[in-house]
Design a protein around this ligand. Sequence first.
Ligand code: ADP
Ligand code: MG
Length: 114
Amino acid sequence: MKKIEAIIQTEKLDAVTNALKNIGVGGYTVLSTKGRGSGERPTIRGGRGTVSYVSEYSKGNSVTTIVNDNQVDAVVSAISNAAFTGKSGDGIVFVKDVEDVLNIASKQRGLDAL
Ligand SMILES: Nc1ncnc2c1ncn2[C@@H]1O[C@H](COP(=O)(O)OP(=O)(O)O)[C@@H](O)[C@H]1O
Ligand SMILES: [Mg+2]
């Protein structure tokens, strides 16, 4: 099993979660994030254009799902297609190994718990 975590722009959240539902993942978790990538920081203007500053962080959402190994490529493509604009700040996807999963109510383990 693998844990796939995507950090995406908030405007892309519905597109990404719809893509995950279409693939038939067992579930996913959405969190609010703030962070920064290696790219240039966006400049924010205020005071009718009289002041501008560079924001420390960008707000976003993370979407995490645990899937069977044979779903990884499909899930990563679906997320990256749904979140894509082609501009800096589109986000990032991490894939990690998962040793075990327990569904608390059913007590099922591993793939059966997803
Ligand atoms: N190496 C990283 N480790 C953890 N989170 C990251 C990393 N790179 C990017 N992120 C997260 O993804 C968001 C979008 O980053 P990214 O699209 O890579 O922006 P940039 O184009 O500026 O590099 C960041 O605000 C941050 O939350
Ligand atoms: Mg980056």
